[in-house]
Design a protein around this ligand. Structure first.
Ligand SMILES: NC(=O)c1ccc[n+]([C@@H]2O[C@H](COP(=O)([O-])OP(=O)(O)OC[C@H]3O[C@@H](n4cnc5c(N)ncnc54)[C@H](OP(=O)(O)O)[C@@H]3O)[C@@H](O)[C@H]2O)c1
Length: 342
């Protein structure tokens, strides 16, 4: 039986070609089709927001460097925050807000394995894709379970004004550490200090940024929370503290490079008995709920801000928004706000 929903037009985003350089509109293709039918045991979700994740550039490379891959011709991977508009799945009602992992498109028909309920009394819907979603949880588990910074210690966060970094700095502050952020503009530096409570923020595009970091960290760096890799990580390694930890969260600066480059200054790890540690959020998937309860408490008490940077558009505007992410336009999580969200 027809649901009636299939009269709605569904824009879907496909990868057209393996990008060279920063991915942009020329690398993607939007196709339109009727909205999918809601099958038995499924819900039909209308997408309201998509998060723009730096890691997408890694996933569309012609290589197996990450856990997943999107090849030319594939629907682009993505999780929508949206609303159930039809339900043939017991336990889910029309009107509920959910995360649906079904690719970048306006309508997603999916079963319980691809769904997560969003309690919008804990955080607004768009935050479930960012600071209250995987980005924020990445920062949470990296700091609370892996790094465990203590009062008196110093934490350096690079990519500090991004989705992960904006939460990482705040949680490191809650742990009592001194927190230094590296980011790409004066405006972002001011925002980190004045809005998010970073102790010091440095623009890594300043020619003397490393000298500024030396001055900012007289007792060296107990933790380097690395989101970007490249030269920013490389020079910072010279300041790692005795038995310090470099947490390898991401390598944004390398994802679009033909040849990815590792750090030259690794020798400081040996001298300082320090370590570099890999980290993937999915190891903590069974603890997300517990973490969100803690984070919701911090939000309620005014101790944690969940910054979101929304650009309005439809599915066809996703590639332009993605390009802007790599140009550093975002303060906090960049999300695409679709017409259905208004
Ligand atoms: N390990 C995990 O489980 C996990 C989970 C989620 C995300 N991640 C990783 O965490 C990192 C941050 O992700 P995100 O979603 O929070 O992205 P994001 O930081 O919100 O956005 C990317 C930011 O990177 C900066 N950037 C762009 N090109 C750069 C370059 N060449 N050098 C230095 N900075 C550059 C820009 O800010 P500026 O203005 O500061 O340059 C831009 O705003 C990514 O590498 C991602 O893959 C890892």
């Amino acid at each position: 039986m027809s649901s009636g929903q299939n009269e709605k037009i569904n824009q879907q985003l496909f990868l057209k070609q393996v990008p060279t350089g920063i991915a942009g509109p020329e690398d993607f293709e939007t196709k339109e089709s009727p909205a999918p039918e809601c099958g038995n045991g499924q819900v039909l979700v209308e997408s309201h927001y998509f998060g723009l994740d730096a890691a997408l550039r890694l996933i569309v490379r012609d290589s197996d460097e990450f856990l997943f891959r999107v090849r030319p011709g594939d629907l682009v991977r993505g999780t929508a925050a949206g609303r159930v508009i039809e339900s043939k799945l017991s336990g889910y009602e029309v009107g509920e807000y959910v995360l649906a992992s079904g690719g970048v498109q306006n309508f997603i028909a999916c079963g319980p394995g691809e769904l997560e309920r969003c309690d919008v009394s804990q955080a607004p819907l768009e935050a479930w894709l960012g600071g209250f979603g995987v980005s924020g949880l990445t920062a949470y588990f990296a700091l609370i379970k892996e790094c465990k910074p203590q009062p008196g210690q110093t934490v350096l966060v690079n990519g500090a004004a991004g989705a992960v970094g904006s939460i990482a700095g705040q949680i490191a502050k809650l742990a009592g550490a001194t927190v230094i952020g590296l980011t790409g503009s004066e405006e972002k530096c001011d925002w980190l200090v004045n809005e998010l409570g970073y102790d010091i923020a440095i623009n890594y595009k300043d020619s003397d940024w490393y000298d500024q970091l030396v001055t900012a960290a007289p007792d060296r760096l107990d933790f380097i929370f690395d989101n970007v890799g490249g030269e920013v990580l490389d020079l910072s390694l010279k300041l790692i503290a005795m038995r310090g930890t470099v947490l390898l969260c991401g390598s944004t600066s390398q994802y679009a490079q033909e040849e990815m480059r590792g750090p030259d200054n690794y020798i400081w790890l040996g001298t300082m008995r320090a370590r570099m540690q890999g980290y993937v959020i999915f190891d903590y998937v069974d603890q997300y709920e517990e973490a969100r309860t803690q984070m919701a408490g911090w939000i309620k008490d005014g101790k944690l801000k969940i910054p979101s940077f929304a650009v309005s558009g439809d599915v066809c505007d996703f590639p332009e928004a993605f390009k802007q992410l790599y140009e550093g336009k975002n303060l906090g999580k960049m999300v695409l706000k679709l017409p259905a969200a208004i």
